[in-house]
Write a protein that binds this ligand. Structure first.
Ligand code: FPP
Length: 236
């Protein structure tokens, strides 16, 4: 099962406490640890977290820098825990605009966890789905015979993904907004969408369990009709 999460609401969490936005992001990083742990425990095979969108470059330089420092520190401190739990780390998105120190840490974490196979943790940084789709199309222009598999491979190349991502089964967005914000537009073609009111730092393991429970009650039809309707249609 592939779960993707748009972690929204760090800023509001901080301003409600009269704290700087960076404090909200730090609290958000603690929520990341808790949700990764819960995902491993629930047997999730792929978890993709939206940590920094390409659009986030428009934020004040100090906030961008604080986010990159936090990401770097997270990789530095969490990689060994990931190895212990057999969680493979992969940072997806552009790398050409990231600080060199962060890129080095990303490579180190990816190498250190390369043998891990219990869960695949993908962290999207400087990510834009529209950019990835366009760039994949551009690279395919010179190749004959485009098909889904080849397209998915090019998309993975563009994203620095270790392999083409499985389709997203459940997309969670916290913070009360109901939009996709340029996240995994190809991979979410048949994703179930779950919007939580909780701000990301408040999204704890119990909230994660609720999202999973809601997903289990969804009927996923992938364009088919349900068995009951089919039986009625045949006998009616
Ligand atoms: C959106 O909330 C959140 C972000 C832009 C950053 C997400 C980053 C983290 C959760 C922490 C670092 C990540 C990892 C993987 C360690 P917002 O700032 O837009 O909140 P707002 O809508 O309330 O202003």
């Amino acid at each position: 099962m592939h779960i993707a999460v748009i972690m929204d609401g760090n800023g509001r969490w901080a301003s409600r406490r009269h704290l700087p936005r960076s404090a909200g992001h730090r609290a958000g990083a603690r929520a990341v640890d808790a949700v990764v742990e819960a995902a491993v425990r629930h047997g999730i095979t792929t978890l993709t977290l939206y940590a920094f969108s390409a659009a986030n470059w428009s934020r004040p330089a100090a906030e961008v820098s604080a986010l990159f420092t936090l990401l770097r520190r997270h990789l530095l401190t969490q990689t060994q825990r990931c190895v212990d739990r057999s969680v493979r780390i992969n940072v997806i998105g552009r790398r050409d605009r990231l600080p060199p120190g962060l890129c080095r840490e990303i490579e180190r974490s990816e190498q250190a966890t390369a043998h891990c196979n219990r869960m695949h943790l993908r962290i999207a940084v400087d990510y834009s789905s529209q950019h990835s789709l366009l760039e994949a199309c551009r690279r395919l222009q010179s190749e004959p015979g485009i098909d889904r598999a080849r397209f998915a491979e090019r998309l993975a190349d563009v994203d620095h993904a270790l392999a083409p991502a499985p389709e997203v089964d459940l997309l969670i967005r916290t913070g009360g907004e109901q939009r996709l914000s340029d996240f995994l537009l190809w991979e979410c073609a048949y994703a179930e969408l779950y919007f939580a009111e909780a701000l990301w730092p408040d999204f704890d393991q119990q909230a994660f369990r609720h999202a999973l429970a809601a997903y289990r009650h969804r009927e996923r039809r992938f364009g088919r009709i349900v068995a009951d309707t089919l039986a009625t249609a045949n006998h009616g």
